[in-house]
Ligand binder design. Structure first.
Ligand code: NDP
Length: 457
């Protein structure tokens, strides 16, 4: 193998310039390591290029539609409203281009050498750059290739899109069908409904957002319906075919639909295809995720992995923290690993949901006796707006020591509130300590320190 090894030798070579890979590369270089990074698509990865960031911009765009409507209750009139999808996409593309540029510049400033091409493992500390054919030798290799949309393999699936393509649709569909009941499906159903698109969501079970607290799930499920989304449950797509300009969709409940676009959002799988894991002796789990220990060490010496490709908690801030812990440990002489407990997350639906800690169900399983405090109420904002939207505030408290071990919210500010609630849950504060905190009035969040009555189920 030595014949084609180039002069390029690195202390660390990172495959994948997404959130986790970039953080690990920059920090390692700042510690003095010679670092290279390869990216086959665009610097920034899923979060920046076709995930969290552009999604959030679309969420903002979608909120104006209902916002104008609700403003009428406050005396505003907004006539002749028009929405231009291509303007939004152009503005979004400009912002994503700007951010990707910043990521690239920051890598450069830290002294990381960037290779904009696909890289594959050759084993024995070597990586091949596919386009240029160069071979790189690295003392340590970090795999941070992320995930890729799951496919089902039904007839006509190639006519559907995934969250990769949804950001580049040339025109706004009139009728849109989204398959799945997780983060991506629920968020995009809210986005397109908010933009005035006739939106349907098809989910194989009965209530969306499996894995979240049941109260939050039923609340969001109902809010999707209240926001005009047709939610089809206990059904899946079995085939898609072209019918003129539209798509004819066969469902496994024998129904048929005619829509303009179908988006599959049925989960993401680790992006390991063709990476050469076998060649490098790297073990994967049954789901195809790279097996790692708490320090990101794979089964192959000198090869590490982090982020979605390890399929632990597939969230950007988690990958970033795993990347930082890796750099500290391997190049910064501070050995530590990221603690995956108490990671908060938000689902940017309308209204959004957010959670940290255990669901009521999981808490009961783990600790037995649990106290629940919850309130479902119409927020002050909607008294005049006329919107039917309701908020949910729920605390899960361990009865034995009164510690708040779960917080589950549905409210316009839920993703913002949960960040601070996560501090309290991580710190292990008791319900009494929450209650000693004075309310901020008038807010929806004040409910979190005002709920005194245990919920009797
Ligand atoms: P999720 O894992 O959240 O949801 C996948 C959905 O697809 C589930 O409803 C699942 O159903 C369904 N599904 C899985 N397999 C099949 C199948 N064979 N047929 C029909 N339905 C199926 O994945 P997403 O794609 O929504 O998102 C991927 C990941 O990205 C998330 O897990 C999350 O970590 C991250 N993400 C985070 C966001 C945020 O923080 N706001 C936003 C977007 C993504 P079932 O419940 O029955 O398993």
């Amino acid at each position: 193998m030595s014949e084609s090894v180039s002069e390029l030798e690195f202390d660390l070579f990172v495959i994948g310039a997404g959130s986790g890979g970039v953080r690990a590369a920059r920090m390692s270089a700042q510690f003095g390591a010679k670092v290279g990074i390869a990216e086959e698509y665009r610097i920034g990865g899923t979060c920046v290029i076709r995930g969290c960031v552009p999604k959030k911009l679309l969420v903002y765009a979608s909120q104006y539609g209902t916002g104008f409507e609700e403003a009428k209750g406050y005396g505003w009139s907004a006539d002749n409203l028009r929405f231009d999808w291509s303007k939004l996409i152009a503005a979004k593309d400009a912002e994503i281009g700007r951010l990707s540029g910043i990521y690239r510049r920051n890598l450069g400033k830290a002294g990381v050498e960037v290779f904009e091409e696909r890289a594959e493992l050759l084993g024995e500390g070597r990586v091949k750059l596919v386009k240029s054919g160069r071979v790189i030798a690295a003392k340590k290799i970090l795999i941070a290739t992320g995930g890729t949309p799951r496919l089902l393999g039904f007839v006509g699936e190639e006519l559907t899109i995934s969250s990769n393509e949804v950001f580049h649709l040339e025109k706004l569909p009139k009728k849109f069908l989204i398959a799945g009941g997780g983060y991506i499906a629920c968020e995009f159903a809210s986005i397109f409904a908010g933009l005035g698109v006739e939106t349907s969501l098809i989910y194989r079970r009965d209530t969306v957002l499996r894995g979240f607290d049941d109260d939050l799930r039923t609340h969001i499920h109902q809010e999707l319906i209240n926001h005009g989304i047709k939610v089809i449950t206990n059904a899946s797509i079995s085939a898609v075919s072209k019918q003129g300009e539209q798509l004819s969709v066969d469902l496994d409940n024998d129904e048929q639909m005619l829509v303009d676009q179908v988006m599959m959002a049925i989960g993401r799988i680790p992006a390991v295809g063709g990476l050469g894991l076998d060649m490098a002796g790297i073990e994967v789990s049954r789901s195809g995720a790279i097996k790692v220990d708490e320090f990101g060490q794979t089964s192959a010496s000198g090869v590490f992995a982090l982020g979605d490709v390890t399929d632990r908690i597939n969230l950007t801030p988690v990958a970033i923290r795993e990347g930082a812990a890796f750099a500290d440990t391997e190049f910064g002489n501070v050995r530590h690993s990221f603690d995956h407990q108490h990671v908060a997350s938000a689902v940017f639906t309308s209204p959004p949901a957010a959670s940290v800690g255990l669901s009521e169900e999981d808490a009961r399983k783990e600790f037995g006796e649990i106290d629940i405090y919850k309130d479902i109420f119409r927020p002050m904002r909607h008294v005049l707006s006329g919107a039917k939207e309701k908020y949910l505030m729920k605390l899960v408290v361990r009865a034995s020591d009164n510690v708040v071990i779960g917080v589950h919210l549905v409210s316009d500010a839920a993703p913002e509130i949960i960040q601070v609630a996560a501090v309290a849950v991580k710190a292990g504060l008791t319900k009494d300590q929450w209650d000693q905190t004075c309310a901020v009035h008038p807010t929806a969040a004040e409910e979190l320190v005002l709920m005194r009555e245990k919920f009797q189920g």
